[in-house]
Ligand binder design. Structure first.
Ligand code: WTA
Length: 654
């Protein structure tokens, strides 16, 4: 892990207080928040124990709040039993059975409204299908679906019977899907014939077939939802249509009362090595932080319509689409499609049409839509929106101000939420009716979240504007439990320093004069491209797996819209490709990476040289590569390089 680099310190003095109108109606007032902080400070376990009793319907109560006997493998509420799907659906049936749970819209404009009762029936029927296919508690099921309600139904059905789902983002390729299936030893894939994005069909079943054709011996069944309607092949004995399987299935299904610590899901995410890791979340602890953050941070109240634009393939789509808002009894919007179809007004048109009140998206989407100008949002009535949120990457103040003025009409608080796949839910974020915000800062930790910034020795950094490691010094209920099948990797990745006491987030951060947190970037080899996490090693492994490639190094380059773009430095077999040959090779390698990982990992820029800049001890000089990628002047001395000449090649000078 490289040491912390502090580049620029952005000074931001603008402070935006929530409006009195917002605060008056907000669920949490300043005194409530104060009381929560106080309680967490005075009795940390009692604080979480109370919340768990208040926000989760238990089948049998827990008596232990936190078990840290196997730290850093922490357990929460461990002797209690419950069911996540029961908490997301059944407990609302008495009072809200006809309330809309999901408003769905497809790219071509088809819409569906699904009530809590309907969701219950659909989830139960599908849970019965899973049982009929021999799925048992603890079995792993891969969900590779478009953003349609059935993706949520499939997730909830798994939760209902205690099966562990692993959702794979539809943009990942067959190879990525296969790796995830094999790592989890999944027994079933739930997919669709195809999805739609930007008018194009995403060939989910075809990719699934490709993945399964190359050895996924654990898979016994594939269930296919008809969505796009294109021709696909179904394999007898293995594949069945969703609609056929639910035929005649009962619309009730007694939930499996699982242990609080039984795994709810795996979600693969990128880290510093070539192999994505299966982040394992537990049931009750995950649900608890999911519910309270939907209530505290999104302030969800009975008549809210909440639209989180994230795909269910990412953690945001788990906590703020498929689970949290439903557990809070809210109404969610789901959209299958691109934000620019038919034009850049799509999000705003949908906000008007569905009367969205709380809108949550990624800075990259805001920047992309901002580029099209104010006319698009100004065409629509956005007066239903009362709260805005962002997630996934730091938001630049310019995009924040646009979101604030053009979308929020200077009326809506913005919650810039910092969190990770591993944290399960928000950690650093404003509380909308209380916290004054600054463009670009995720402000302060939530009550019970012991976030801190420490130096190399694990000492808290109290000086303002001094960067350090972002850590969380106490366990919390929705934290990652382990890396699937690899406890050692869990400890090595998240507790490698500070005597294994602090959770190391992998980000660097600083606090300003007001104690507000500012995220500065990753400290490991993880890129953040359009809010998606990608490991440089993963892309390098994909490149060197190509027969034309000998060696590759991948770095990030700052990018106006995507946050970071991917630059690959490649050494090919034989002569260095130049001219037409280089162009052809670039196209072929981009395609190749698309096939190996998915289109999101295709390098934006590929450069060829006879070698990579290395120190005399053979280490690739990544910092130098980042400078070259950014087109910046090289100020460091390159004379110690083993092969100085390659620098000019990589700069494109020769
Ligand atoms: C980054 C997404 C700045 C950060 C929920 C983190 C952010 C990584 C923010 C996790 C934010 C997320 N401000 N950076 N508000 N939110 N990040 O696992 O680097 O896909 O470590 O989870 O995204 O990405 P992940």
């Amino acid at each position: 892990m490289s040491s912390i680099e502090i580049n620029s310190v952005l000074v931001e003095n603008r402070l935006f207080k929530p409006s009195a109108t917002f605060t008056a109606k907000a669920r949490l007032k300043a005194e409530d928040l104060e009381a929560l902080y106080k309680r967490a400070e005075e009795d940390y376990e009692g604080f979480w124990g109370d919340l768990a009793k208040q926000h989760i319907d238990w089948h049998s109560p827990f008596t232990t709040i936190l078990d840290d006997s196997l730290a850093p493998h922490y357990k929460w509420f461990t002797d209690g039993t419950m069911n996540v799907s029961y908490n997301c659906i059944d407990r609302h049936l008495e009072n809200k059975s006809e309330k809309t749970a999901i408003i769905f819209e497809g790219e071509t404009g088809d819409t569906r409204h699904i009530s809590y009762q309907q969701l219950h029936d659909d989830v139960c029927q599908f849970a019965n299908v899973l049982k009929a296919k021999g799925i048992n508690k603890g079995d792993r099921i891969v969900i590779y679906m478009p953003m349609v309600p059935e993706a949520v139904i499939a997730m909830q059905a798994c939760a209902r019977i205690g099966a562990i789902h692993s959702v794979v983002f539809g943009g990942f390729s067959a190879e990525s899907l296969r790796d995830r299936i094999n790592d989890a030893q999944a027994v079933m894939v739930i997919t669709a014939d195809g999805g739609t994005r930007g008018g194009k069909i995403v060939e989910l079943k075809k990719e699934t077939d490709k993945a399964l054709s190359k050895g996924c011996a654990s898979i016994k069944n594939v269930i296919v939802l008809k969505r796009s309607g294109q021709d696909i092949t179904m394999q007898d004995g293995r594949d069945s249509w969703w609609s056929d399987t639910i035929e005649g299935q009962d619309k009730t299904c007694e939930p499996e009362w699982v242990n609080a610590e039984d795994p709810l899901f795996l979600l693969y995410t990128s880290g510093s090595t070539g192999k994505p890791k299966g982040i394992q979340h537990a049931s009750a602890g995950y649900l608890l932080n999911a519910v309270i953050t939907n209530l505290w941070v999104f302030d969800l109240q009975d008549n809210d319509i909440f639209w989180c634009t994230a795909d269910v393939g990412w953690i945001t789509g788990h906590t703020y689409v498929a689970y949290g808002p439903l557990a809070a009894g809210s109404t969610i919007v789901m959209y299958e499609g691109a934000p620019v179809v038919p034009d850049a007004g799509r999000f705003w048109q949908m906000c008007e049409q569905h009367k969205v009140t709380v809108f949550y998206t990624a800075p990259t989407a805001i920047r992309a839509l901002m580029k099209f100008g104010d006319d698009y949002p100004n065409r629509y009535d956005l007066s239903s929106i009362r709260l805005l949120g962002t997630v996934g990457e730091p938001i630049n103040p310019e995009a924040w101000m646009w979101y604030h003025t053009v979308i929020g009409k200077e009326r809506c608080p913005i919650v810039d939420t910092w969190w990770q796949t591993e944290t399960g839910a928000h950690v650093l974020t404003p509380v909308p009716g209380v916290t004054a915000t600054k463009p670009g800062s995720c402000t302060l930790p939530l009550p019970g979240m012991a976030a801190d910034i420490v130096n190399e020795d694990g000492k808290s950094i109290t000086e303002a504007n001094t960067g350090g490691y972002l850590v969380i010094t106490k366990p919390w209920p929705s934290m990652v439990r382990t890396v699937w099948g690899d406890d050692e990797r869990y400890v090595d990745t998240y507790f490698p320093k500070f005597d294994g006491k602090y959770y190391l987030a992998g980000d660097s951060a600083r606090r300003d004069d007001d104690g507000y947190f500012w995220i500065m970037g990753r400290i490991d080899d993880v890129l953040n491209v359009s809010g998606h996490r990608l490991g440089t090693m993963e892309i390098e492994s994909a490149l060197v797996a190509n027969e034309a490639v000998i060696e590759a190094a991948v770095v990030g380059r700052p990018h106006d819209l995507k946050g970071e773009s991917i630059v690959a430095f490649v050494i090919c077999k034989g002569d260095r490709p130049v001219g037409d040959d280089a162009e052809k090779m670039v196209a072929s390698l981009r395609n190749w990476v698309g096939e190996q990982i998915g289109a999101i990992a295709k390098p934006d820029d590929i450069r060829f040289a006879d070698g990579l800049p290395k120190t005399r001890s053979g280490k690739i000089m990544r910092r130098l590569l980042r400078t070259i990628a950014a087109g910046e002047e090289i100020t460091s001395d390159t004379s110690t390089l083993e092969n100085e000449a390659v620098v000019e090649q990589l700069q494109g000078k020769v």
